[in-house]
Design a protein around this ligand. Structure first.
Ligand SMILES: [Zn+2]
Ligand SMILES: [Zn+2]
Length: 370
């Protein structure tokens, strides 16, 4: 049988690998090649190959035959690999590996669930950073029984069904031979203990649901939709396990005065035609409150006034972005006769020099979004 791959090579183990190494290697391969999860196009064929290698190397008599005489030795020795039906693969896996192939192992403590809560803050709060209480419902360790589930003054007992191991074994026959399958004990739920007098507060579960409030520190500069993780503030786990995490989704409410552009703040400023032409001192809102802005004479629509370091703080960094103020010039629409006459009088005296611009409107607008 030329071209047949070496069984040790298929499993990726050395020739003197012991039974446990062989089983571990096959198990790892089987996980990788499981048709439900594998993206290998030839997963089924490779699984079949690995299963055959495992079938031979896991039994001392076929392994010895193979070691001495190779593939030919097996064939003349009458060995035929089991031809199994792939539709029953899931059953084979659960028989071979127990129930824990892709999930939690029986009887092992599980981690508590993560919890997601939402909160929203104003843009100004996002700029300053803020501490915000968030309230949510979480599973916590029962304080009446300290989590063991027994009424105070009574004791838990060793489970008679599993002898305190939390696991029960059953034997199944599979294509790989007989396998011992381990499951969580149904009587004690895998804890190994039974509770003759369950705690009245938690009915023996050792855990209760509770409204909890946690103060969340929201750092300056946070962006809309970012999450803050508080490790271990999620649901309590069953005995021995680690608590889940709390995730706080932070929404930043828009501010009608400002638009946020990364770490910069952009706002607009309406100037009257005469303020723009003559210059003016005007109060403008910033994240730090109102500030007086000196508008130069001859300020053009679309011009940008940049307030350095008045934007949003850099999240977990140093400094702040800028506040860019984009100027809009209001053109009067409802003139009295006197105003009209005055403007016409002004226009008669105007020359090209009156309107000479140093740069165009578009380049100023572009500067606003740099
Ligand atoms: Zn309790
Ligand atoms: Zn038990």
């Amino acid at each position: 049988m030329a071209g047949r791959r070496d069984y040790y090579e298929i499993l990726g183990v050395s020739r003197d690998a012991d039974e446990r190494e062989i089983k571990r290697a096959f198990r790892a391969l089987a996980r990788e090649l499981h048709p439900d999860v594998s993206e290998h196009p030839d997963a089924e064929e490779r699984f079949r190959e690995a299963a055959e290698a495992y079938e031979v190397l896991s039994k001392p008599e076929t392994r010895e035959l193979y070691d001495r005489f190779g593939h030919d030795g097996l064939r003349t020795g009458g060995f035929r690999p089991t031809d199994f039906d792939f539709t029953s693969l899931a059953d084979i896996f659960s028989a071979f590996f127990g129930e824990d192939l892709f999930g939690a192992a029986a009887g092992r403590p599980t981690r508590g669930r993560d919890i997601l809560v939402e909160t929203s803050i104003d843009l100004a709060e996002a700029a300053e950073g803020v501490t915000r209480p968030v309230t949510f419902s979480a599973t916590v360790t029962c304080s009446t029984c300290d989590g063991d589930g027994a009424e105070p003054g009574t004791e838990t007992e060793t489970c008679e069904q599993c002898g305190g191991t939390g696991r029960l074994q059953s034997v199944s026959n599979t294509v790989f031979g007989q396998f011992v399958r381990t499951q969580a004990c149904g009587r004690c739920g895998g804890s190994g203990r039974t509770i003759p007098h369950p705690c009245k507060t938690c009915r023996g579960s050792g855990r209760v649901r509770e409204e909890r409030t946690v103060e969340v520190e929201i750092p300056p500069g946070i962006h809309d939709g970012q999450r803050i993780r508080l490790a271990g503030e999620g649901d309590a786990a069953s005995a021995g396990g680690r608590a889940g995490d709390l995730y706080v989704h932070v929404g930043v409410r828009p501010d009608h005065r400002f638009v946020r552009d990364g770490n910069d703040i952009v706002s607009t400023l309406d100037l009257t035609m005469t303020q723009a032409a003559l210059g003016a001192r005007i109060a403008v809102p910033t994240l730090d409150g109102e500030t007086e802005l000196d508008v130069a004479a001859g300020t053009q629509p679309g011009e940008v006034v940049r307030l350095r370091g008045k934007g949003m703080p850099v999240l977990q960094g140093f400094g702040r972005g800028d506040h860019r103020i984009v100027v809009n010039v209001l053109v009067p629409r409802h003139l009295t006769d006197e105003q009209r006459a005055a403007l016409e009088e002004f226009d008669r005296g105007a020359t090209d020099e009156t309107y000479r611009a140093d740069e165009g409107f578009l380049s100023r607008l572009r500067a606003a979004f740099r």
